[in-house]
Design a protein around this ligand. Structure first.
Ligand code: AMP
Ligand code: ZN
Length: 172
């Protein structure tokens, strides 16, 4: 994954120029792709640089911005430049790259912010708390005694239900 350090450098020096999304063709050559956009999608516009954002990283596939209503200091969002409503829609190759970017950003941000931990999370669907329907991954720095609440009640599962899920999931 070669783009990261050069792009971060790019931003740090304040010489940013929009980096168009690319795809690798059959011969292994990188080609610019026409960006898939959705009308009136705010994250499409932010990712494309049409709406200004606090960008902390950019490469051909992603823009990483600071969340406008951060849960904690440094809360950031990874936005793909192409429009996918959620993780289900995203091609495998792009989905895999998201976690590499997440790892790189949280490693650098941990250094810079001196945070004590990180939540990396991503909501799919209204019922899961998704409010902007353009895929994004949250990178939420955690600090001792912060007031971020990402929690759930620990439940229980019957042997029957567990067996049913296992059977269905492993059924060819
Ligand atoms: P979710 O609930 O997972 O869909 O998260 C949406 C996130 O996007 C929230 O944390 C919002 O604060 C954030 N958000 C919404 N609009 C903007 C914007 N214009 N710039 C930056 N972050 C935004
Ligand atoms: Zn979009």
């Amino acid at each position: 994954y070669t783009n990261l350090s050069s792009s971060v450098y790019h931003w740090e020096k304040g010489r940013h120029k929009y980096i168009p999304p690319t795809k690798t063709d059959k011969e292994g050559k990188k080609r610019k792709v026409r960006k898939m956009k959705k009308d009136n999608c705010i994250f499409c516009k932010i990712a494309a640089g049409q709406i200004p954002s606090a960008t902390i990283y950019e490469d051909a596939d992603f823009r990483v911005i600071l969340d406008i209503e951060p849960a904690s200091k440094g809360h950031a969002l990874i936005l793909p430049k192409e429009h996918y409503a959620n993780l289900y829609e995203m091609p495998d190759e792009l989905a895999a790259k998201v976690l590499v970017v997440a790892k790189q950003i949280i490693t650098k941000m941990t250094d810079i912010l001196g945070c004590d931990g990180y939540n990396v999370l991503q909501n799919n669907g209204e019922e899961a708390g998704q409010t902007v329907f353009h895929f994004h991954m949250h990178l939420i720095p955690r600090y001792k005694e912060d007031d971020v609440t990402i929690t759930w009640k620990h439940g229980s599962v019957s042997e029957e239900l567990k067996a049913e899920i296992l059977t269905k999931m492993n059924d060819k």
